[in-house]
Design a protein around this ligand. Structure first.
Ligand SMILES: Nc1ncnc2c1ncn2[C@@H]1O[C@H](COP(=O)(O)OP(=O)(O)OP(=O)(O)O)[C@@H](O)[C@H]1O
Length: 695
């Protein structure tokens, strides 16, 4: 059975589709002998497994494999994972600091040409790239320190600033980094494996040069081979970072979950709860994602690899898709999507996938993992719905060979297991969810490198609740002043808090949109499209935008309040700095939320100097708050209470929780906290807690 990477004809027009119309019954790939179910996981660094079930074996590929094996790390993963409990156990084993990454070899000749059996020895080593990064960060921090409160940004304005010590802050208060200014320097802060590898592979295409379509042995010389990704056959113990994605191999589909997050309002029972299935079907935002590709296609309509000065192309390898033995149909789809060169993770995984091996790959956010699958189709709920209700659909699915569940661990967490099983059932060739013991792990993240992108500056700001709305406003104003092409995501903890913040910000005549699960699907699709295409826009969002959503050129991600966890922090942050571009992240916490910083202490988050909120600004914010609709404040209060009540740290002490909720209520300009329906208080387990008003 030919391997098909995308089969548009499988889907009705109502199903979202990408332009990667390729399914690849190609003559280079031999028919598969069997269908091999597979998981793909993507963890904070983004891990994915991929596989095809064909058993293509090419001497050249094997040689290629051997070549790459020299260069990197090998990581073993657990073999078969057949049930959710086991999966959960596996996930919980995946401490990020236990990930064995390849030794980058960046500049280290001693690492060159290490044999396969030596891989994995790099544990604990810090790559030179990383060391460089740390030292650069140190410089920035020092600069920040010197600049004090007037120097929030790590990147100063002006020309010709080449080093941290040359950075200057604005004298007029809070300065956000300007993307332009960070160029070059940030890239120089330390290339992660992707960047290094991409650069290094220049001229040393692993697929050989030319477009004859045949496989060529990669050359070993050069940094490409030094920095190449590690690869190893699986079967050992799993030691991956937690969180992430899982894919199931055996069919042609990718279930993209990025838009299926449930807002916490609903999770916490603070408001009338929609079933997740309803949400999914309503959300159904894969349509947005498919347009994603369209939009990106527009971006690269000339089929040129983007080379804006604001863009580091280090996420791209030198290998072109037309050097890879995929069918002309596939190539056409890829070209239509605007892709010419592979990203590093695509370059690393595709040949192995085409060998027919199960693959577990690891790469950072926004580096092309999803596209590496070459297909993008549906959310599980929608797909299951078509399987069950669309005439002839299930029959068409029967030829499917590869099924990928993007962010599948998250999908399983969210209770999609049954839907997924139904889909798997429909794709007859897939008999269970598993990763073959002989799968390969390909790691494109160098050892010792951060889980986040080095070109994304991360800051935290701790301030009492009653200052936070003003601070948020000032942060945004400063950023807008610094970057005309600003494009900001403001993450809030729940849908109702999202609505409140959007309502407030719109009072300042800022160009604001909001997106969360309480908005209709058509609204969300429209706003999502608009944000994707626009510059000069702020999108206030719940976690529906946290994962898997690809908005190009986001300049700043602000996270207000306690993120659900470290993973979520990383996923949200990953909406900026995509495709090697610059980005910034600011985490705004209350003093009693500061404990969260200890959970992300291994990330390069530095303390921001507090921006100046002058009395006029404060007054302006107070006035704006007084114009925010009361129902929005009431809903926000309730959602706030629900969210923090369910947080194991904050929600433990109920009387403290109620005090903090009152503080939040005051921060919205309310002298008395709103009353909450009794049944909601009951659902939260807060019925008789003193200080709460019920109605
Ligand atoms: N070969 C390529 N050439 C140019 N652009 C690409 C290529 N592959 C992917 N992209 C683009 O890079 C962006 C990020 O890709 P993608 O969403 O697949 O990343 P990801 O690693 O899955 O991100 P996340 O970890 O957030 O899910 C998208 O806009 C995608 O269209």
């Amino acid at each position: 059975m030919p391997v098909k990477l995308l089969s548009e004809h499988l889907f009705t027009p109502s199903l979202p589709q990408t332009h990667l119309s390729t399914v690849n019954p190609n003559r280079h790939i031999k028919p598969s002998y069997r269908a091999i179910p597979i998981f793909t996981r993507t963890f904070p660094h983004m891990l994915k497994h991929q596989c095809l079930s064909n058993k293509l074996r090419s001497p050249l590929l094997l040689t290629h494999q051997q070549q790459r094996a020299k260069t990197g790390l090998v990581r073993a993963s657990k073999g078969l994972i057949d049930d959710e409990a086991e999966l959960s156990d596996w996930v919980s084993e995946l401490a990020s600091d236990s990930v064995l990454t390849r030794d980058s070899g960046n500049g280290s000749s001693s690492n060159r040409g290490r044999g396969r059996d030596e891989r994995g020895r790099g544990r604990g080593r810090v790559s030179s790239a990383n060391r460089r990064r740390e030292s650069d960060l140190g410089r920035y921090e020092k600069s920040d320190g010197q600049m004090g409160r007037e120097s929030f940004g790590s990147f100063s304005r002006g020309k010709g600033r080449g080093g941290g010590d040359e950075m200057k802050g604005r004298n007029d208060g809070f300065v956000l980094p300007r993307r332009e200014e960070g160029r070059g320097r940030v890239r120089g802060m330390g290339r992660d494996a992707l960047g290094s590898s991409a650069r290094s592979s220049r001229g040393n295409s692993r697929f050989g040069s030319g477009s004859e379509g045949g496989w060529k042995m990669p050359k070993t010389a050069g940094r490409g081979s030094e920095l190449g990704y590690g690869r190893k056959q699986g079967g050992g113990s799993g030691e991956f970072s937690n969180g992430g994605k899982i894919s199931i191999k055996g069919s042609v589909l990718i279930a993209k979950e990025g838009r299926v997050e449930e807002d916490d309002d609903e999770k916490r029972g603070g408001n009338s709860r929609k079933s997740l299935a309803d949400f999914i079907s309503e959300e159904d935002s894969e349509g947005e994602e498919e347009k994603d590709i369209d939009d990106d296609g527009d971006l690269f309509a000339s089929n040129k690899v983007p080379s804006s000065p604001e863009t580091s192309d280090s996420y791209l390898s030198e290998t072109r898709f037309d050097q890879c033995p995929v069918s002309p149909l596939s190539l056409r789809g890829i070209k239509d999507a605007g892709y010419e060169r592979m990203t590093v993770v695509q370059e690393a995984t595709l040949p192995v996938i085409l060998e027919g091996k199960d693959v577990l790959a690891k790469a950072k956010t926004g580096t092309g993992k999803t596209v590496a699958f070459l297909i993008l189709v549906a959310t599980p709920g929608r797909l299951k719905d078509h399987v069950e209700n669309t005439a002839g659909f299930a029959t068409r699915l029967m030829g499917v060979k590869v099924l990928v569940l993007d962010e599948a661990d998250h999908l399983l967490d969210m209770g999609f297991r049954r839907d997924i099983e139904k889909i798997i059932d429909a794709v007859k060739q897939i008999c269970h969810i598993a990763l073959k013991r002989d799968h390969e792990f390909i790691n494109t993240v160098e050892e010792g490198s951060e889980q986040t992108h080095s070109q994304v500056r991360q800051l935290h700001l701790v301030a009492p609740l009653d200052q936070q709305f003003s601070l948020l406003y000032v942060l945004l104003k400063e950023h807008i002043a610094e970057d005309v092409d600003y494009k900001v995501l403001v993450f809030c903890t729940t849908a109702m808090l999202t609505r409140l913040v959007a309502d407030l910000l719109s009072k300042f005549n800022l160009n604001v949109r909001e997106i969360h699960s309480r908005k209709t699907q058509s609204y969300r699709t429209r706003v999502s499209d608009e944000f994707r295409k626009s510059k000069g826009l702020i999108l206030v969002t719940s976690d529906v935008s946290a994962r898997g959503v690809d908005y190009p050129d986001v300049t700043l991600v602000i996270q207000v309040g306690l993120p659900a966890g470290k993973e979520q922090y990383i996923h949200r942050l990953g909406r900026t700095g995509r495709k090697g571009k610059q980005g910034q992240g600011i985490l705004l916490l209350s003093p009693w939320e500061e404990f969260f910083l200890s959970t992300v202490k291994d990330l390069p988050i530095t303390k921001a100097s507090e921006p100046l909120v002058d009395p006029v600004t404060r007054k302006k914010v107070e006035q704006a708050l007084s114009h925010v609709e009361m129902k929005n404040k009431e809903a926000a209060y309730q959602a706030w209470l629900g969210y923090y009540n369910s947080n194991k740290d904050v929600g433990r002490d109920k009387s403290r929780l109620v005090e903090l909720a009152s503080e939040f209520s005051r921060s919205m300009g309310l002298s008395i906290p709103p009353a909450i329906p009794k049944n909601i208080l009951g659902k939260m387990g807060l019925r008789n807690v003193p200080g709460l008003r019920s109605k």
